[in-house]
Design a protein around this ligand. Structure first.
Ligand SMILES: Nc1ncnc2c1ncn2[C@@H]1O[C@H](COP(=O)(O)OP(=O)(O)OP(=O)(O)O)[C@@H](O)[C@H]1O
Length: 475
């Protein structure tokens, strides 16, 4: 603090300009040692109370051991501590799931809080610009709690008043680097509170082999791979439409084949049919026996097949009107999934304008009216621009595999998806690392989820065809 002293010429004065009549001298207020000690003691008590409040278990254990030591001596203390450690080890070995849920992840969360997040919190907030300095006072976002599971650390954070989620999503790189993680995901939980997710490992790093064909016929969500937290990835196909976008070699075929594989028992039971449009004549032709004649590659045949699907849809709608509002698959009215590989060949690159318009109209009709009567569309494409696929917004569920440009991410997944952590343009082009890896945004959840589809090889497709045709021979 500086005190203004007009005309003062005493030594040790500070002047901002030479030869000026206005000079300044630091005004030093001496604080008695006792006051300083009292301030430190108060701070210590507050910190102690706050620590006990926040970490009651971690504080009670050493306190209880200390009490046993004081009352009964060190021998009993060591015996009790040893017994507790052995009991915990036995629990961890005998029932690892319940141990992890009730003790393990909490211990890890406490350790990560102390060793990483609280330790670096101030520095990371200041350097990344998320803390604010106003009139010399520092305002710091509050780290509310840390939770851990087998895959990631989740930090609940109280934003500063006036901060926007975008302030945080713009700094995910800073946060990840600051806390030594490979990535950071930001999600708003409720007004002013965010959850920052820092993965500790990546269950999607290695390709996933084709999953076992399910035993039960079902059109319910089909298991097609893994989510980034290691849980199974189940994709809803009945009652929705799915758009899959990815650069060449990104692994779009995996999503198509995994879906067919998951539906195979229902197809065998007559509860589901897959109709395939394969204008590139590469992807789906390999298993065309599975489509029972509902397969087309020539654009004119594709248009006919789509028109047929529209007719099925309209007849069902006329029958169901006033009787039922959602579709239940039966042998008479099976779930029909129209698979379109490289839909841009039909909607954008098709030179015959009439055919193009017919196909676009049929796809738009199916996408707007099909799902409640059991006709779904799953379309894959490389280029997600509006000129190429002007009905992409009619698909409630969207999947973005590796994309070439960052702007394409929001084109596929919707506005703000990339800001929320869907870095589809960062997925590795090396097939072992990145093929089949995608970000998925579902109608029911705005948060993009990172997933990997299992790889269905040619041999797996042959096995599926054999299993399916076996049914035909048996019938
Ligand atoms: N889920 C997966 N896991 C691991 N590797 C995969 C996966 N899916 C595909 N691959 C590998 O990536 C290669 C390209 O896959 P695929 O042909 O399905 O890509 P695509 O997106 O359909 O490409 P295009 O648009 O050129 O047809 C495959 O030959 C395979 O080696």
């Amino acid at each position: 603090m500086f005190k203004r002293l007009p005309g003062d010429q005493a030594p040790n004065l500070v002047s901002t300009t030479p030869d000026t009549a206005v000079v300044f001298r630091p005004a030093v207020v001496r604080t008695p040692a006792l006051v300083t000690l009292i301030i430190y003691a108060c701070r210590f008590v507050v910190a102690l109370v706050r620590t006990v409040w926040r970490h009651p278990v971690a504080c009670c254990v050493p306190a209880a051991l200390g009490a046993v030591w004081a009352l009964y001596g060190w021998q009993l203390t060591v015996s009790v501590a040893g017994f507790v450690v052995l009991a915990l080890l036995a629990w961890a070995y005998g029932a690892p799931d319940s141990f992890a849920r009730l003790v393990g992840w909490r211990l890890l969360a406490w350790w990560r809080l102390m060793s990483v997040y609280r330790r670096h919190w101030h520095a990371v907030m200041e350097v990344s610009g998320l803390a604010r300095r106003i009139s010399g006072r520092v305002y710091m976002p509050r780290l509310v709690k840390v939770q851990c599971d087998g895959w990631a650390d989740r930090l609940t954070v109280r934003m500063l008043d006036g901060q926007a989620v975008k302030d945080w999503t713009d700094r995910t790189d800073n946060l990840a680097q600051g806390f030594g993680a490979v990535s950071c995901r930001v999600a708003l939980v409720k007004g002013g509170r965010l959850v920052l997710t820092f993965p500790r490992s990546d269950p999607l790093a290695a390709p996933i082999p084709a999953l076992a064909i399910p035993n039960e016929p079902s059109v319910g969500p089909v298991e097609i791979g893994k989510q980034e937290d290691g849980r199974p990835l189940k994709l809803k196909v009945h009652g929705t439409h799915v758009l899959i976008a990815g650069a060449t070699g990104a692994g779009k075929g995996s999503f198509l084949w995994d879906t067919i594989r998951g539906l195979l028992p229902a197809m065998r039971a007559g509860l589901a049919e897959v109709w395939a449009l394969d204008p590139k004549l590469m992807e789906l032709s390999f298993g065309r026996e599975l489509f029972q004649g509902r397969y087309a590659s020539d654009p004119a045949d594709c248009a006919d097949l789509l028109d047929e699907a529209v007719t099925v849809m309209q007849k069902r709608a006329a029958r169901f009107a006033g009787l039922q509002r959602s579709h239940v698959p039966t042998i008479e009215d099976p779930f029909v999934l129209v698979l379109v590989d490289e839909v841009a060949f039909l909607t954008a690159y098709q030179p015959d304008k009439h055919l193009r318009q017919r196909i676009s109209a049929a796809l738009a009709t199916l996408a707007t009216q099909g799902r409640s009567v059991g006709v779904g569309v799953m379309a894959a494409l490389q280029d997600p621009r509006k000129e190429v696929m002007n009905i992409r917004n009619l698909f409630p569920d969207k999947i973005a595999l590796r994309l070439d440009e960052s702007e394409q991410v929001d084109m596929v997944l919707g506005d703000g998806a990339r800001d929320r952590g869907a870095l589809a343009d960062h997925i590795s082009p090396v097939p072992e690392l990145g093929a089949g890896v995608a970000y998925m945004r579902l109608e029911t959840s705005p948060e993009p989820v990172r997933v990997r589809a299992a790889y269905v090889s040619d041999d797996d497709i042959r096995e599926m065809v054999a299993l399916f045709t076996e049914r035909g021979e048996a019938a």
